[in-house]
Design a protein around this ligand. Sequence first.
Ligand SMILES: *Cc1c(COP(=O)(O)O)cnc(C)c1O
Length: 222
Amino acid sequence: MEQIKKNIDEIKNKLKEDTILVAVTKYRSIPEIKAVYEAGILDMGENRVQEFREKEEQLPKDIRWHIIGHLQKNKVKYVVGKVFLIHSVDSLGLAKAIDSQSKKLDLVTDILIQVNVSGEDAKQGIDPDQLEGLLSDLSKLSNIRIKGLMTMAPNTKNIPLLKDIFHQTKALYDRMKSNEESYPNVTMEYLSMGMTNDFTIAVECGANMVRIGSGVFKEEEA
Ligand SMILES: *Cc1c(COP(=O)(O)O)cnc(C)c1O
């Protein structure tokens, strides 16, 4: 558990002052997550709803939970009202499900749109060309608020490729931000990109929210 604190300090040294570190806690035990919490990290990311539900019950209530993995419409009812941010919205249908559950509970849910900039078909996310169309459809939904974009880069050591993907995502983010007055429910605030192996590049390219799993929990220094 000492190691977790050390890992977090090292990661933080590589982030900017205002970068939000989301510790990705999937597959991790309650004591491990408590060590992260005690190191002062309150943002936790999960990608499976069942796992999120079990952990959320057992952990402190001031944790801000982030859903980062693919979310099925029929699971939306288990997360709305309990999470700080859903990063992985990639269809109108899912957004509508989140909106209608939020309406039922009389609240507004913050979401990110996941874009697939790399064009890898194994990855979730919408094609950047579809972003504007999706936004205008989403603008009718009053119980969601679009707070930014999320992307996942391919697992590669090709730095120029990673930079290209992150720069493209940042450009989309900036374009949306300069256009946000056109939409009643868009307030661009978060650009979620960067994981253990690529977060320093993502931050350099403008990410202000990183999602780090193995780097937080690794056993010893690499
Ligand atoms: C697992 C996961 C991460 C964290 O990956 P690491 O390489 O362990 O840092 C980030 N984002 C998503 C969507 C994930 O599923």
